[in-house]
Design a protein around this ligand. Structure first.
Ligand SMILES: Cc1cc2nc3c(=O)[nH]c(=O)nc-3n(C[C@H](O)[C@H](O)[C@H](O)COP(=O)(O)OP(=O)(O)OC[C@H]3O[C@@H](n4cnc5c(N)ncnc54)[C@H](O)[C@@H]3O)c2cc1C
Length: 381
C-alpha cells in the first residue's frame, strides 16, 4: 500500500536504504544480539550515507528533508529488528530537543556530529523510583556559579552505554509547586566530571539495544548546557513525547506487517496431515483476522502521520495509536508464533525474536495505561 505522505523520492530513498541495510545490518544482526551491542561503526556508516538526522538544517549537516524520510528510516530499521530502536531515538526523539530548544551556539556545537554518528545521543527521564510519574523525578541540578551541580540516578536509558550526549530531565527547583514547574532539561556530555555509567541492563528482548543506568554525583554541568528555559522542561517533554509515541506506533505496525508476511510464507510451506498448514480453516481465519487488523491500523496510522507532518495537534490520536498498535502487535506475535508450531519457539526463526522484542513497546514512551489516562482526560472523563 502506498502511504499518502510519501512520494517517489521517498521510495527511491527507501530502496537505497534497504540496500545499505542488506549489506551493513541484516548479515550482522544476530551477532549484535549476541554481543548485546550495535558497533559504533554502524552509526558512522549510517551517518556517511546521510541516514542520521536528515531532517535538520543544512548548516548543521542535515539535508532539510521532510519527516516522511524519518518514517521510511524507522520502518526500514524495524524491518531489520526492533533492537535498532536506538538509532530512531537519536534521530527523531533526542536530536529534535536540540533543534527545537537549543541556542545557536548549542546547535553549532552538537548537531553536525549528531549527523555523522560521532555523537550518539540519549534522553534520561526515568529513575529507579519513578517512570510514569515524570513530575516526581528526584534528580536535582542546583546552580553554583557557572555550573549546575547534578545529583541523581537514571535507569532504563536507551543508548546509555554508548551515548556521548544525554538530555537529562532534572529538578532545578526541587520545591516547585506544582512539581512539574521545577523540571528542566540539561545536556550532559560524555566526559563531564561526576558522570558515570552504571550497569548495562540485561533485558528479556531487544538484546542488541544498549540500555543502561546513568549516575550523576556532584556532576558539574556548565550553565550553557541548559536546554531552553529553566522550569520549562516538563512542557518540552510533553511536546516532544508525541513524536516519540508516534515512532513507537510506526515500529509496532511495521513489526506486525513483517510478522504476518513471514507467517503467511511459513504456513504455505509447512505441511501437516498431507496438506499445507495454510489450508486449515483455523489458520486461514487467524491470518485473515490479523490481516484485517493490520490493514485497518495502517489506514489510521497513515492518516495520523500525515496530520503530524502537517503540524496538527495529534495528542489524542497518537495516544490511541500507541496503545492500540503496540497491544495488537503483541497479540499478533503470539498468534504468529503459534502458527509456526515448535519452530516458532526456536531462535533460528525470526518470529521467536519478534515475540520477545515486542512487549516492551507497550511499556516505553509512556505505558499503554498512561496513554489511556491521556485519552480519557481528552474525552472529558
Ligand atoms: C527497553 C527500555 C528502554 C527504555 N528507554 C528509556 C529511555 O531511553 N529514556 C527514559 O527516560 N526511559 C526509558 N525507558 C523507561 C520507560 O519509559 C518506563 O519504564 C515507563 O515509562 C514506565 O515507567 P516505570 O517502569 O517506572 O513503571 P511505573 O511507572 O512504576 O508503572 C508500573 C505499572 O503501573 C502502571 N501505572 C502507573 N501509573 C499509572 C496510572 N496513573 N494509571 C494506571 N496505571 C498506572 C503502569 O502503566 C505500569 O503498568 C525504557 C524502558 C525500557 C524497558
Amino acid at each position: 500500500m502506498k502511504h499518502p505522505y510519501l512520494t517517489d523520492d521517498h521510495e527511491i530513498f527507501r530502496k537505497s536504504l534497504r540496500k545499505f541495510l542488506e549489506k551493513e545490518a541484516y548479515p550482522f544482526y544476530e551477532q549484535w544480539e549476541e554481543d548485546r551491542m550495535i558497533p559504533r561503526s554502524f552509526w558512522t556508516k549510517m551517518g556517511e550515507q546521510g541516514y542520521l538526522c536528515p531532517d535538520i538544517d543544512e548548516q548543521y549537516g542535515g539535508s532539510e528533508v521532510d519527516w516522511g524520510f524519518a518514517v521510511v528510516i524507522n520502518e526500514e530499521l524495524e524491518r531489520v529488528g526492533s533492537g535498532l530502536v536506538g538509532v530512531g531515538l537519536h534521530n527523531d526523539i533526542v536530536v529534535p530537543y536540540i533543534t527545537a530548544f537549543g541556542t545557536e551556539e548549542q546547535k553549532k556545537r552538537w548537531l553536525p556530529k549528531c549527523t555523522t554518528g560521532e555523537i550518539i545521543t540519549a534522553i534520561a527521564m526515568t529513575e529507579p523510583g519513578t517512570g510514569s510519574d515524570l513530575a516526581n523525578i528526584q534528580t536535582t541540578a542546583i546552580l553554583d556559579g557557572d555550573h549546575y551541580i547534578l545529583n541523581g540516578q537514571k535507569t532504563f536509558i536507551t543508548n546509555g552505554i554508548q551515548s556521548d550526549l544525554i538530555v537529562v530531565a532534572c529538578k532545578t527547583d526541587p520545591k516547585a509547586n506544582p512539581k512539574h514547574k521545577g523540571v528542566s532539561l540539561l545536556v550532559v556530555e560524555r566526559d563531564t566530571p561526576g558522570f558515570s555509567r552504571g550497569r548495562k541492563l540485561n533485558k528479556v528482548g531487544l538484546h542488541c539495544q544498549d540500555t543502561a543506568e546513568l549516575i550523576f554525583e556532584d556532576c558539574r554541568v556548565p550553565k550553557e548546557n541548559l536546554l531552553g528555559e529553566e522550569g520549562k522542561g516538563f512542557l518540552y517533554l510533553m511536546e516532544k513525547l508525541q513524536q516519540e509515541r508516534l515512532l513507537v506506533a510506526i515500529a509496532a505496525q511495521t513489526a506486525s506487517e513483517v510478522m504476518l508476511k513471514q507467517t503467511i510464507e511459513y504456513v504455505k510451506s509447512r505441511e501437516a496431515f498431507g496438506k499445507p498448514v495454510s489450508k486449515f480453516q483455523n489458520t486461514q481465519f487467524k491470518i485473515v483476522e490479523m490481516a484485517t487488523e493490520i490493514e485497518m491500523s495502517r489506514a489510521f496510522l497513515d492518516q495520523l502521520i500525515a496530520e503530524h507532518i502537517e503540524g496538527k495537534d495529534v495528542v489524542t490520536k497518537v495516544s490511541m495509536a500507541k496503545w492500540k498498535l503496540t497491544d495488537s502487535a503483541r497479540k499478533i506475535a503470539a498468534e504468529c508464533m503459534q502458527l509456526h508450531g515448535g519452530y516458532g519457539y526456536m531462535e533460528e526463526y525470526e518470529i521467536a525474536r519478534r515475540f520477545r522484542d515486542i512487549p516492551v513497546a507497550s511499556i516505553y514512551a509512556g505505558t499503554n495505561e498512561i496513554m489511556k489516562t491521556i485519552i480519557a482526560k481528552n474525552l472529558g472523563l
